[in-house]
Design a protein around this ligand. Structure first.
Ligand code: GLU
Length: 415
């Protein structure tokens, strides 16, 4: 079946169906559906060739009722404004669900970062920052890494912003290098959060966490760290894939060895596993599937062939709404994105707090606090789902939306 809905429309349709379980006035619903601010910029970049190229960039602030807008910046060739609007809205729900004092935002630039030089990437980042400079700031909107960006990109954003202000403003971004006020544990925080929610899911489902098999889609920051943390805990990583293809080994793949191999080769040529058709990735016979790449991966088309018992949504919006009832009918337990991958923004919050206090925590403290927040959020969602007889996704969304609606009600509408 061909997908006719785009990710923004899908995010709105999910919101609409969840809102029906909440007692909200039509005006509140209208308010929650709209992004508060949308900025589109043209980013001119001096390329290595000496010529100028223009890249399209966006920053969307969906909601700021619970605090400053917060969310990553994505560099990807398929970025669209609708995608960024959807991801900004998901950030609002994510921050609300883990109860950290932020609203939601997202940024993006239409670029394939692998196809431009480091200098061009720096020029692009600095000019994009300049174009959105009045939009962002430690009290109003705080970017972070997302697909295609990393700590180095955050360092350039921070430096560009600080040069314009005339003094160093580390709080303007999170996910910075540790040397510039980044937090211990931030790089692997999303993956660690995924694992904490997964371990909680195994507990409530009464599944023994030994000898479980895992397939991870995506071997970027989130996928590779999730595979490594699970491998260290004794899970067997039997299938992995990235843009180069998919690999399988029923005896298990060592993600550390794979990471080393990828420094010079590509995942699909890893000698200690066999290649298989990546379009069949979600059919892998395993206990747990972790989509850790992009949106719209599990659809009505491939959902009937999913054999895993648990899907841990490390990516944002990896499942389309028409796949949800199919997964439910197959009794597959879904840990929804806004719960599963909220560890990243949670440690971003810790980074922001540490920066504001100019007092930095140990990695142990970061991980303990993260675990506490993730487990609390998981059990809140799970208890709500049992009490209201709802699936995990609707429960997560309902809890998150109700908190934002409450904040909005308390603040009222200006003037
Ligand atoms: N890009 C990450 C996400 O989608 C982290 C955002 C942040 O730390 O602000 O959750």
């Amino acid at each position: 079946m061909k997908q006719t809905l785009n990710v923004w429309e899908m995010t709105l349709s999910r919101l609409d169906s969840t809102i029906s379980v909440l007692d909200l006035k039509p005006g509140v619903i209208k308010y929650l559906r709209e992004p508060r601010r949308v900025l589109e910029v043209a980013v001119p970049v001096k390329m290595d060739s000496g010529d100028i190229d223009i890249f399209k960039g966006y920053r969307v602030q969906h909601n700021t009722n619970r605090g400053p807008a917060k969310g990553g910046i994505r560099y990807h060739q398929d970025v669209t404004l609708d995608e960024i609007k959807a991801l900004a809205m998901l950030m609002t729900w994510k921050c609300s669900l883990v109860n950290i004092p932020f609203g939601g935002a997202k940024g993006g630039v239409v670029v394939d970062p692998g196809r431009i030089s480091k200098k061009e990437l720096e020029n692009l980042t600095r000019r994009y920052t300049y174009e959105i400079i009045n939009f962002i700031g430690p009290e109003k909107d705080i970017p972070a890494p997302d697909v295609g960006t990393n700590a180095q990109v955050m360092a350039w954003i921070m430096d560009t912003y600080s040069m314009a202000k005339g003094y160093m403003v580390p709080g303007v971004v999170t996910g910075k290098p540790i040397e510039l006020g980044g937090s211990q544990g931030r790089e692997e925080a999303t993956s660690r959060g995924v694992v904490y929610t997964l371990l909680s899911a195994l507990k409530v489902l009464g599944i023994d966490a030994t000898n479980l098999t895992v397939a991870v889609q995506g071997f970027g920051n989130v996928g590779s760290h999730a595979a490594k943390i699970l491998y260290d805990l004794g899970f067997k990583i039997i299938a992995l894939c990235d843009v180069t293809g998919a690999i399988y080994n029923k005896k298990g793949i060592d993600p550390y060895k794979l990471s080393d191999f990828i420094k010079t080769g590509s995942l699909v040529n890893y000698p200690e596993a066999e290649k298989f058709d990546p379009t069949k990735f979600f059919e892998t016979k395993c206990d747990i599937i972790i989509p850790a790449a992009l949106e719209n991966q599990i659809t009505a088309e491939n959902a009937p062939s999913v054999k895993a018992r648990i899907i841990a949504e490390a990516a944002n919006a990896p499942t389309t709404p028409d796949a949800d009832p199919i997964l439910k009918d197959s009794n597959i337990f879904v840990i929804p994105d806004i719960l599963c991958n909220s560890g990243g923004v949670t440690v971003s919050y810790f980074e922001w707090v540490q920066g504001n206090d100019a007092y930095f925590w140990s990695k142990r403290k970061v991980n303990l606090q993260l675990r506490d927040i993730m487990e609390n959020a998981f059990y809140e969602v799970y208890d709500f789902s049992i009490k209201r007889k709802l699936d995990m996704r609707s429960s997560a969304l309902a809890l998150a939306v109700s908190r934002v609606a409450e904040a909005m009600k308390l603040r009222g509408i200006y003037p």
